[in-house]
Design a binder for this molecule. Structure first.
Ligand SMILES: Cc1cc2nc3c(=O)[nH]c(=O)nc-3n(C[C@H](O)[C@H](O)[C@H](O)COP(=O)(O)O)c2cc1C
Length: 204
């Protein structure tokens, strides 16, 4: 093979590798201490829909993700699930793309690149939020759809309580997303369903 051909082959190889390289956000270990006591967090829990645009540091992000859907035992999580099916996947939508929360590895793995926030519906504040959670049920894993809907509620409440226990975070659960649009944007299968979304942002 002459040198020109070799360079062309190498370039194609490198481009293919780059195209398939998954962007990952490695997270620091979650800090499992701190925050307001539970009774105070319950007293402060509320839906907030006005956010100040701000970056979230990786430590806070890791803490939020762990509180929402991390493992607190070898194979079990901070939330219960019907028959321990753990059929909900937690996706995180940022301005630049959508990421899957791999709680075991403590990383966010990009599954779609681009701004897909249009699929979140018409409430403008979702664009001021730091991130929007997508609670995606694997219906072939769930005991049934009702269980998946109920199970996603535990993640949502955990995120509510995490935000209420902080001084500067707010959140709101949202059912007014465009389910079909998100399904197609995320490249989900027929066995997957976006049950609910949830905006999380800074309130000051
Ligand atoms: C299943 C569910 C779906 C919701 N969908 C939306 C929504 O699409 N947009 C919104 O602004 N709030 C939404 N909310 C927030 C409720 O409006 C809010 O929880 C309710 O008004 C009570 O207020 P609080 O959470 O401050 O107690 C939703 C809440 C739940 C539980």
């Amino acid at each position: 093979m002459d040198i020109k051909k070799l360079i062309t082959v190498l370039c194609i190889f490198a481009t293919t590798l780059l195209a398939h390289a998954q962007t990952e956000i490695a997270l620091p270990a979650p800090n499992k201490t701190g925050g307001k006591p539970l009774m105070e967090a319950l007293n402060d829990r509320q839906s907030l829909k006005t956010y100040v645009k701000k970056e979230m540091d990786k430590q806070t992000l890791s803490n939020l993700l762990w509180a929402t859907y991390g493992f607190n035992r070898e194979d079990k999580r901070v939330v219960p699930s019907s028959q321990n099916r753990q059929e909900i996947d937690l996706y995180v939508m940022f301005e630049d793309g959508v990421y899957f929360y791999d709680a075991k590895a403590n990383v966010l793995k990009q599954t779609a690149k681009g701004d897909f926030r249009k699929g979140l519906g018409n409430q403008a504040f979702v664009n001021d939020a730091v991130l929007n959670f997508l609670f995606v049920a694997n219906l072939n894993k769930a005991s049934n759809r009702d269980a998946a809907i109920i199970d996603s509620g535990f993640l949502i409440q955990n995120a509510y309580l995490f935000c209420a226990s902080s001084d500067d975070l707010g959140t709101v659960a949202r059912g007014s997303h465009n389910r079909k649009q998100l399904h197609s944007d995320l490249g989900l299968t027929d066995d997957q369903e976006v049950i609910l979304t949830q905006a999380v942002g800074y309130i000051k």
